[in-house]
Design a protein around this ligand. Sequence first.
Ligand SMILES: [Zn+2]
Length: 98
Amino acid sequence: MRAIDADRLSAVLQKNFGHTGGAAVMQQLIDIAPTIDPVKHGRWICEYDREAGETEVTCSVCKDARTVNGCYVSTNGESLYFEDKYCPNCGARMDADE
Ligand SMILES: [Zn+2]
């Protein structure tokens, strides 16, 4: 997906075309165009419950937590959960660096 910066597009439009008929229509289109949130980057925080044999997986962005069966934590405590590239709750991309 290619995201367009609406504010910059408006500025370019006004600079090059002023408030002529076509530009005014374009400006209206820009004003009503749907916007998307900038991509958020997060990571899965995993805590393994040895007793239950389950891992609590928490999104680092929205803190939405859920429990999955099995161990997704390495011996040095690192998250090994790669099942979801995106958080189903907030849509964050799970590619953030530590
Ligand atoms: Zn999230």
